[in-house]
Design a protein around this ligand. Structure first.
Ligand code: C2E
Ligand code: CA
Ligand code: CA
Length: 591
């Protein structure tokens, strides 16, 4: 048995050695050190079966040395040897992590060999119990508690060696989809495999833990720079991406990794984990599938974000989100042929927040379904109100998010809701972005089919802003494409954009699809897109989005202008001039 004896008194040491030499059952290989510091060093480098610890050392006294030795990564059982026959004190030592407390001259002291063997056995059962309490049963990785303990040790180790510890929080993006689509067993299977993958990305001595759900944590020890941490995280992300390609069941899964480095980014374990979490959320907000490292600014931004998140949650609960409407005209006739509903959030202070600011937050919080529901309620109510007041039915387009389209039964619910309002299918249309089609799953297809089957027109939004694969144009579900305003803005500035647009309009018309030019701001742009072949136009030139209560008045004014224009012009409708539009006085939404 390899024994580390920590004893500064030479005489006491000798007595211990003699006592151990009398042990008939086992030989002992004794290494003696005189201070706690030396003992910890030894425990770093060598393997021992047991530590005999005096607790009256030149550099430490009492339960503290016990705690430090017990915490060492060596994991050897600790037997405290003391002259003090005091039960309460003995209990303190055991609490601090000792396996036994032996009073000099006692029976246990005389049979030190046996005492030590008991201590080893006790330590073994403690370890087994600990295994149960420290590991995640699904993945066999460390659990949160164990990870915290390892982090404490790792920090102490880094202090002694002057190096650093990297702490990473890894969160799987869209993991919910796996459970939703394939059930929890499949979800668990995936987490198990991912756990193995993460374990494969670390060295022996580093720790991988599962914090719960689809959140993992990794501790990297003995690193010497923040850039080493960065490199590891980048590689880990690549590894997870490869893993997801192979095992991700075809779902759009990825990972967001947040990292911190001890001691630069925090000292206490709580602080390190919290900051790694902040960095992970930052990575999520950066569009997922990315790595982000903590910096102090995040604290401030995070607090603001959290306030916004809470406020948004309340806004949804209290229905303070509302739609505004932007008209769409048919270019050939100048007639208003529809409205697009866009959501607005009126905050308590009266300021209006645009969707660009709050939808990304809502997305990370999975609130798009709630927002969609809220919008539909109000939009349907407006349509109902307008038609019962004798107003011509104008189809209203609503924007549908990927989270909605990825939810089972969304299409049917949508159609049913419309029926409950006793509105005809042509009263609404939906706008979807290409991104949702890129991630097209069975559920997305079913939902699109249900909408289509219910007679609802589907428009492809933001065409030309992202993927712009012409393939989607051949999808039977889509009947209209909306050309993104960035592309419209390029027309007239950039010859290439005009060429592309002409080709898109041509293809669309060949496929029997209609086209809308979005974000038309000037009459010159309107003229250009008309020449290139757009069917419809929408944009500030015609009208800014306006409150529902404004729509009828605006329509009245618009058709007045329209009539007088048609009277003054013979023949075919010609494109409106700026003067015309100025006279139109659209009573814009305030910006
Ligand atoms: P989008 O669907 O492409 O909507 C058009 C955006 O362009 C709107 O911004 C509109 O106000 C703006 N716009 C219209 N004409 C012009 C113009 O001539 N010039 C310029 N510069 N901008 C113009 P908004 O209302 O801020 O909405 C931004 C995006 O948020 C929308 O882009 C849409 O993707 C999303 N969104 C808005 N409401 C909803 C909603 O209820 N549900 C969902 N899922 N998404 C929504
Ligand atoms: Ca839209
Ligand atoms: Ca758009």
């Amino acid at each position: 048995m390899r024994v580390l004896m920590v004893e500064d008194d030479a005489l006491d040491a000798e007595i211990l050695e003699i006592s151990l030499a009398r042990d008939s059952e086992q030989a002992h290989d004794i290494t003696r050190v005189e201070t706690l510091g030396k003992a910890l060093e030894r425990l770093e480098d060598d393997q021992y079966d047991v530590v005999l610890l005096d607790i009256n050392l030149p550099d430490a006294v009492g339960p503290d040395p016990v705690r430090q030795v017990a915490l060492s990564r060596n994991g050897a059982p600790v037997v405290v040897v003391s002259g003090k026959d005091d039960e309460a004190f003995a209990v303190d030592m055991i609490r601090a992590g000792a396996q036994d407390y032996v009073v000099k001259g006692s029976e246990a002291y005389r049979n030190l060999g046996r005492t030590m063997r008991y201590a080893v056995e006790r330590k073994e059962s403690e370890k087994q119990l600990k295994q149960l309490a420290s590991f995640d049963p699904l993945t066999n990785l460390a659990n949160r508690q164990e990870m915290c303990l390892q982090l404490t040790k790792a920090c102490a180790h880094a202090d002694r060696h002057g190096d650093m510890v990297g702490v990473f929080v890894i969160d799987l993006d869209n993991f919910k989809l796996v459970n939703d689509k394939y059930g929890h067993t499949a979800g668990d299977q995936l987490l198990k495999k991912l756990a193995e993958e993460i374990e494969g990305a670390i060295r022996a001595g580093d720790t991988a833990a599962r914090l719960g759900g689809d959140e993992f944590c990794v501790l990297l020890e003995g690193i010497h720079s923040a850039s080493a941490a960065q490199t590891w995280a980048d590689n880990c992300l690549k590894r997870i991406n490869r893993f997801v390609k192979e095992h991700g069941l075809g779902l759009p899964l990825s990972a967001s990794i947040g990292g911190v480095v001890y001691p630069a980014d925090g000292h206490a374990v709580d602080e390190l984990l919290r900051n790694a979490d902040l960095a992970m959320y930052k990575a999520k907000r950066d569009g997922r599938n990315s790595v982000s490292f903590y910096n102090e600014r995040m604290d401030r931004i995070f607090t603001q974000q959290q306030e916004l998140e809470n406020e948004l949650k309340l806004a949804i609960e209290n229905s303070t989100l509302h739609p505004v409407f932007q008209p769409k005209i048919e270019i050939a006739t100048g007639k208003v042929v529809g409205l697009e509903a866009l959501c607005r959030w009126m905050r308590k202070d009266g300021s209006s927040v645009s969707p660009g600011e709050f939808l990304p937050i809502a997305q990370t919080q999975w609130q798009m379904l709630a927002i969609g529901r809220l919008m539909r309620q109000q939009v349907f109510a407006f349509i109902d109100h307008w038609t019962s007041a004798g107003f011509d039915l104008l189809p209203v387009s609503v924007n549908v998010d990927g989270q909605e389209l990825g939810t089972e039964g969304f299409g049917e619910d949508f159609v049913n809701e419309l029926e409950r309002w006793r509105l005809p299918a042509r009263a609404v249309r939906v706008e979807i972005t290409e991104t949702t089609l890129v991630e097209e799953t069975e559920i997305v297809r079913e939902n699109l089919y249900a909408l289509r089957h219910g007679g609802i027109g589907i428009e492809l939004d933001d065409f030309g802003a992202g993927h712009s694969s012409l393939n989607y144009l051949r999808q039977f579900t889509i009947d209209t494409i909306k050309i993104d305003r960035s592309l419209v803005a390029e027309v007239g500035v950039n010859q290439q954009a005009a060429t592309i647009l002409a080709a898109v309009f041509k293809l669309a018309s060949d496929l029997g699809l209609k086209t809308v030019a979005e974000g038309v701001e000037s009459s010159q742009q309107l003229r250009m897109v008309t020449e290139l072949g757009a069917d419809f136009a929408q944009g500030y030139l015609i009208a800014r989005p306006m409150a529902g209560e404004e729509v009828r008045r605006w329509m009245g004014r618009y058709s007045e202008r329209q009539k007088s224009r048609l009277e003054s012009m013979t023949g075919k409708f010609r494109i409106m001039s700026d003067v015309d539009l100025e006279l139109m006085d659209t009573k814009d939404e305030k910006h």
